[in-house]
Design a protein around this ligand. Structure first.
Ligand SMILES: [Zn+2]
Length: 186
């Protein structure tokens, strides 16, 4: 009996996460990675809860996640929003930043709890930015891009000493997006 209860609780948690991610228009592959559900079950969930119920403003996204780090740094607005997401990932214990500003993932691999934390971070980001320009898949991409300090890293602002997301291949003038936006207003 206990085994059945546990399995039921696990399935329910997987389904809840899948629905939460479908609402954010996550790709099937991303949903599969976090929930462990098969593509077929994810498609059926979508059909049952969205397509066949007349909820039509949610689009299905297929294929690979977008990959271009320039998206996160192309202007100060995007850079600020990417930085917000990284701060929220740290807050959700998904990422860790050490004393040298190196970032490391705290979760060995995606699972249901990871997925819910990622959703929570993304939903908070949407609340904080009226003009949110990063989709859930971009947020997912950002998480992976910055996790290994490869093409993106955390730079320190010379003006306010805050940390911000920066392109490893761009010249850094030590100005965070918030200070830059502030300077543009003046
Ligand atoms: Zn600054």
């Amino acid at each position: 009996m206990r085994l059945t209860d546990d399995r039921y609780a696990t399935e329910r948690s997987q389904f809840e996460l899948a629905l939460r991610m479908i609402r954010h228009e996550a790709r099937t592959r991303t949903i599969r990675e976090c929930t462990g559900l098969s593509d077929d079950r994810i498609r059926k969930l979508y059909a049952t809860y969205f397509r066949d119920t007349g909820v039509t403003d949610i689009r299905r996204r297929r294929g690979k996640s977008p990959r271009q780090v320039t998206r996160f740094v192309k202007n100060s607005d995007n850079q600020l929003q990417a930085t917000t997401l990284v701060a929220l990932y740290c807050n959700g214990l998904l990422l860790r930043v050490d004393a040298d500003n190196n970032i490391a993932p705290r979760w060995p691999r995606p699972n249901v709890e990871f997925g819910h934390r990622l959703c929570r971070a993304y939903e908070t980001y949407l609340l904080l930015h009226d003009n949110a320009c990063l989709s859930f898949e971009w947020a997912w991409n950002l998480f992976h891009s910055i996790s290994y300090n490869d093409e993106l890293y955390l730079a320190a602002c010379g003006g306010c000493n805050t940390r911000y997301v920066q392109d490893a291949y761009a010249l850094d003038n030590q100005t965070c997006p918030a200070c830059d936006i502030e300077a543009q207003r003046r």
